[in-house]
Write a protein that binds this ligand. Structure first.
Ligand SMILES: NC(=O)c1ccc[n+]([C@@H]2O[C@H](COP(=O)([O-])OP(=O)(O)OC[C@H]3O[C@@H](n4cnc5c(N)ncnc54)[C@H](O)[C@@H]3O)[C@@H](O)[C@H]2O)c1
Length: 372
């Protein structure tokens, strides 16, 4: 199969959809891989690395897209990329269509087959191509929050591990899923006093068992949130209600109960944020202060660690990429019922029910699309 890897063009996106290691796997199976010149630079992969893996490097973007059957990307296609898509293309990337009507229409009009990373599932009921980025964001959250606690950043001047004779800082994580557990693990590793709040008893049980009491687990209620506001040096927002905007769990009024210079890290900002005073920020200016409380609300946290994020993402996507290349999209999706829900748009029609519902469009069952 002819596979193309364009350079990402979304603002401040440095990841790339295929590493030289992945390229080698594909070329070793007889596929033809073409990488846009400079596509891997932001993640520390050079054109020569791809060439050594048997891929070719193409500087002409129009040629790259025209010659491709399978296109591997990281972010949703931007307008100029949508314009390059045709019915010959299978696109595999993050799409997040339910919030993007223009993009959805554009992909439908292109006639291309569009498979989204974020809707691929696994046997455990998880989202295996979303989880690596949640892991990155969770681990970064504590690093970012610890820096924000420094005096020069507007923080309270608290060192999370404390020192002998001085108690460690208190970190409360709201939401003990992938982001929350990874944040809690990092905070624990730094020697902080860590509590996780969650609404799911099952999840709290797993965490309690896994960390054997080293992380405190608390059922998430209004009282528990009030207590967190009064006592925590850092609160990390990591809740997710699938398909819904994040609930506002820390209100502006509650900021008055917090110690001045405490830090709120709202990882759930990409779903609207779970603190009332959150608004999206960027890596260029990641924090701002409201009522003496430092807010870190970067919507695209993994972008700051593009190399690790690229490696984590491509480890997860590679088996799916190999299946698409070896079998073609129809057979690959037919053979794997967890890959099938990845299909979002095909032949001008939406094949993912939640996206169709969001825009009042008719949806086609992906199983019908692959069997046509
Ligand atoms: N900012 C970024 O760069 C970035 C990167 C990755 C993920 N995220 C976001 O982080 C959020 C968490 O993602 P995840 O992968 O950990 O999700 P997840 O589904 O693994 O975990 C969410 C957890 O929140 C819990 N929860 C729901 N409502 C709650 C409540 N009221 N109180 C306490 N807990 C509650 C759920 O029970 C679940 O355990 C999502 O919004 C995701 O989009 C952001």
């Amino acid at each position: 199969m002819r596979i193309a890897v364009p350079k990402e063009i979304k603002n401040h996106e440095y990841r790339v959809a295929l590493t030289p290691t992945g390229a080698r796997e594909l070329t070793g199976r007889g596929h033809q891989v073409t990488v846009q010149a400079g596509a891997g630079e932001g993640a520390g992969f050079h054109d020569r690395d791809y060439e050594a893996a048997g891929a070719s490097v193409e500087a002409d973007v129009a040629m790259l897209w025209q010659n491709a059957e399978l296109i591997l990307k990281v972010k949703e296609p931007q307008a100029e990329e949508v314009a390059r898509l045709t019915p010959q293309h299978t696109l595999f990337t993050y799409l997040h269509l339910a919030a993007e009507k223009t993009l959805t229409k554009g992909l439908m009009e292109s006639g291309a087959t569009c498979i989204a990373y974020e809707t691929v599932t696994d046997a455990k009921g998880g989202l295996p191509l979303l989880a690596p980025m949640s892991t990155v964001a969770g681990r970064m959250a504590v690093q970012a929050g610890a820096h924000s606690l420094e005096k020069a950043q507007g923080g309270a001047g608290v060192l999370l591990p404390g020192v002998p004779g001085v108690a460690p800082g208190k970190v409360t994580v709201i939401g003990g899923g992938v982001v929350g557990e990874n944040a809690a693990r990092m905070a624990l590793g730094l020697g902080a006093d860590v509590t996780i709040l969650d609404k799911s008893i099952d999840r709290l049980e797993v965490l309690d068992d896994r960390y054997q009491g080293r992380i405190k687990t608390v059922y998430s209620t209004a009282d528990a949130l009030d207590e967190a506001a009064k006592t925590a040096d850092m609160i990390i927002g990591a809740v997710l209600i699938p398909g819904a905007a994040a609930p506002k769990l820390i209100t502006r009024a509650m900021l008055a109960d917090m110690q001045p210079g405490s830090v709120l890290v709202d990882v759930a900002i990409d779903q609207g944020g779970c603190f009332e005073t959150s608004r999206p920020t960027t890596h260029a200016e990641p924090t701002y202060i409201v009522d003496g409380i430092v807010h870190y609300c970067v919507a695209n946290m993994p972008g700051a660690v593009a190399r690790t994020s690229t490696l984590g993402l491509t480890n997860a996507t590679l088996p799916f990429v190999l299946a698409l290349a070896d079998k073609g999209w129809q057979q690959a999706l037919r053979d794997n019922r967890h890959f099938l829900p990845g299909l979002n748009v095909h032949n001008g029609q939406v094949t993912y029910a939640a996206v169709a519902e969001a825009f009042d469009l008719e949806s086609v069952d992906p199983a019908d699309a692959v069997n046509r």
